[in-house]
Design a binder for this molecule. Structure first.
Ligand SMILES: [Zn+2]
Length: 293
């Protein structure tokens, strides 16, 4: 599911190295080149993590194979069972976009392959546009944490998590944005994800998270059909319009309106660093509500 031509991970390097050394064995200088690659492969940093991944997948597969049926905690609700013939795998219905707040993809791979960090994402997009797939889309990554969006309180069970390699204080590269748009297109089509359901970590967890940062262009995404943007050119806001209720309808948790406003501003008005609702915001929110409700 990843753009394969640009996806060059350690495993691919190893395969390439093996073929090279076989074909060029008789030619000394090329053999030397190949052996250099092979020696790089011997330090496969993620072999242990990959073994752990496969072991965990086997455990989940075992649960699915149990009859009579049990749930994921091992509970059995009935001794008899009749298997329905009509079912499929559960599918993600949201995409949550993050920035890593780290300095390189290698740093992020390390974070996501250490059990003690307890965090992960389905995809990581590096500065050069490389897309690294780290978890099957149908499995639950630990990327969203505590938060709320509309009536959803467990976003990890509902979503794909995408981390963009970015320290939070720098622009996103053109290559990253291009790869992100390609990936979003594939995910949207594969899982029939509604346009409104492409959100940021900051939307899910206002006050706790601020990613992706003000450098991220949600307008570019909305123009391609991922999330919505606004047009305030012909908007007349009624006197009774309540902007905080508008934030709630869009999806924000308004238990603490001041922090919902902060996330709204970063997402929809990144050039505005204030945290109060002004007349322009009212126009924006009035227009957005019609699209999100
Ligand atoms: Zn995040």
């Amino acid at each position: 599911m990843i753009p394969s031509a640009r996806h060059l991970n350690v495993e691919n390097l190893c395969i390439f190295g093996s073929i090279t050394i076989y074909m060029k064995y008789a030619i000394f200088f090329l053999s030397f080149f190949s052996l250099s690659i092979i020696s790089g492969c011997s330090s496969d940093l993620y072999r242990k993590a990959n073994r752990s991944y496969k072991k965990q997948v086997k455990t989940f597969a075992k649960i699915l194979r149990e009859y009579p049926l049990t749930d994921s905690t091992g509970l059995r609700y009935a001794e008899q069972w009749i298997g329905t013939t009509n079912f499929s795998m559960r599918r993600p219905n949201f995409v949550v976009i993050h920035h890593t707040a780290q300095n390189s993809c290698d740093e992020t791979y390390r974070t996501f392959t250490l059990r003690r960090t307890a965090v992960s994402a389905h995809y990581v997009i590096c500065r050069d546009g490389t897309v690294q797939h780290m978890l099957n889309d149908l499995l639950r990554a630990h990327h969203a944490g505590v938060g709320k969006w509309g009536s959803i309180s467990d976003m990890n069970s509902n979503s794909i998590g995408i981390e963009i390699d970015n320290n939070g204080n720098e622009p996103f590269t053109e290559e990253q944005m291009n790869s992100l748009l390609t990936l979003l297109e594939r995910l949207k089509r594969a899982y029939n994800i509604p346009q409104a359901n492409f959100i940021g970590h900051l939307d899910w967890a206002p006050g706790r998270k601020v990613d992706p940062s003000r450098f991220f262009s949600w307008q570019v995404l909305a123009e391609k059909g991922f999330g919505f943007w606004y047009d305030t050119s012909n908007v007349e806001v009624p006197l009774e319009f309540d902007p905080v209720q508008a934030l709630r309808i869009i999806g924000y948790n308004i238990n603490r309106p001041e922090i919902a406003i902060q996330s709204y501003k970063i997402h929809f008005v990144p050039q505005d660093t204030t945290d109060t609702i002004n007349d322009t915001d009212k126009k924006i929110l009035f227009d957005l509500v019609k699209k999100y409700q």
